[in-house]
Design a binder for this molecule. Structure first.
Ligand SMILES: Nc1ncnc2c1ncn2[C@@H]1O[C@H](COP(=O)(O)OP(=O)(O)OP(=O)(O)O)[C@@H](O)[C@H]1O
Ligand SMILES: [Mg+2]
Length: 387
């Protein structure tokens, strides 16, 4: 798989974060990027943004809250921080060498001041996250950027909310000091725009007031790059750039889906037929097939799970009252059998385990992939449309 890189975009973002102008200083309160699933967020972080931040002299810690759905967000973040701190204490590690020799950081005796017990960061009797990160910034003498991929998972649990509060405490402890040798910057990404926005828009959230922006999706220059590579390989028939771009947009700016569409085009195009006319049709079909696979999983979980999913998918914001007697009556009607209230939680658990829905807070759920929700709604509208 060849990755289309976006170094200029990454360098601009890194500069805004590390050397903010007066107007960009707010980014130090935290930057949240939201974008639909499979649009290349993680790829951009790993291949473009992290290298740009490192080139700007920052110490970068990356953690993906989706890497292990069974582990708590705090445990994952602590583990990532622990790994970095261990490297900083280990003369000879790549990180130690980079900071020491390239940037002249004073790493001798790292962590001695607090008697760091790295196994107990943020835990009872251990050093707090704020202490550990302050010490890190001071000794490394540079900015510390913590990147939390799929950060919205943190707001669904008590443990995750505590984690956000301790990260906020760390940010405030470090950044408010005059003459601090570096800043602490949190970057969060998520697939669920409403949830990510909530992180910064709600006053009771730890990161209220931080900046939330859409992830910059791949677009025309990516599509040109892909077509050029295909042309270089002698692949044919190929659509024009404009037609391919329109298909890419239909497919929600998802590279994998565009590649699938181009593969189908090559396999199915009758001799002499025009790729220009066929690609839009293929793209429109693929768009709903992608969501169909997910909707099929819902159906396989049975009638009750389907009814619950539909109630969640139909609600605009917070799906509440999934457990009420009124809800049970509605499920009974949908499924054609009597649904008891105590059957509802197990159905929700199955939907959660299949990652079709996610928890948003106590008793609140949302469809995990807004794209799937959108297609589900399109289908409903279509089913209900009078002839
Ligand atoms: N810049 C790129 N060039 C080529 N392919 C890309 C690029 N970015 C993403 N892709 C491809 O798109 C797919 C999704 O990418 P990625 O996992 O980075 O997206 P994501 O938004 O983080 O997805 P998820 O919602 O699953 O976390 C991958 O197959 C990846 O290889
Ligand atoms: Mg990702």
């Amino acid at each position: 798989m060849s990755i289309f890189r976006r170094p200029a975009l990454a360098a601009t973002m890194a500069r805004q974060l590390l050397e903010p102008s007066v107007l960009d200083e707010g980014l130090r309160s935290g930057l949240f990027l939201s974008g639909l699933r499979r649009t290349g967020k993680t790829t951009f972080l790993i291949n473009d943004l992290i290298p740009a931040l490192k080139a700007g002299g920052a110490l970068v810690i990356y953690v993906d809250l989706w890497s292990d759905v069974n582990a708590s967000p705090a445990a994952l973040v602590h583990a990532a921080i622990r790994t970095t701190l261990t490297d900083l204490q280990s003369p000879g590690s790549a990180l130690w060498i980079a900071l020491k020799t390239v940037r002249g950081a004073k790493l001798e005796g790292f962590g001695v001041k607090f008697g760091f017990d790295l196994d107990r960061i943020g835990g009872a009797g251990g050093v707090t996250l704020a202490q550990a990160l302050t010490q890190t910034v001071d000794q490394a003498g540079t900015d510390l950027v913590l990147i939390v991929d799929e950060v919205q998972h943190a707001i669904a649990s008590e443990d995750g909310n505590q984690l956000l509060l301790s990260l906020k405490a760390a940010r405030d402890a470090i950044n408010t000091r005059p003459g601090t040798p570096g800043h602490f910057i949190l970057i969060g990404t998520g697939s669920h725009r409403a949830l990510v926005n909530e992180l910064t828009a709600r006053r009771n959230q730890a990161f209220a007031g931080a900046t939330s922006v859409p992830y910059p999706v791949l677009d025309g220059d990516y599509v040109e790059h892909l077509l050029q590579r295909l042309a270089d390989e002698g692949a044919g028939p190929l659509p024009s750039g404009a037609t391919a771009l329109a298909a890419f947009r239909t497919l929600g700016h998802r590279p994998e889906e565009l590649i699938k569409a181009l593969r189908l085009l090559q396999a199915q195009l009758p001799p002499g037929a025009s790729p220009e006319a066929h690609l839009p049709v293929i793209a429109a079909t693929l768009r709903s097939t992608a969501a169909d696979a997910e909707l099929m999983k819902v159906e396989q979980l049975g009638g009750l799970a389907t009814a619950v999913f539909e109630r969640i998918a139909a609600s605009d914001d917070n799906a509440r009252r999934l457990f009420s007697t009124e809800a049970a009556a509605a499920y009974s009607e949908e499924t054609g059998r009597t649904v008891r209230v105590d059957e509802i939680q197990p159905a929700i658990n199955e939907l959660l385990a299949a990652n079709l829905i996610m928890r948003r807070g106590h008793g609140l759920y949302a469809v995990t992939d807004p794209f799937v929700q959108e297609i589900w709604r399109e289908k409903q509208a279509w089913v209900r449309k009078p002839e």
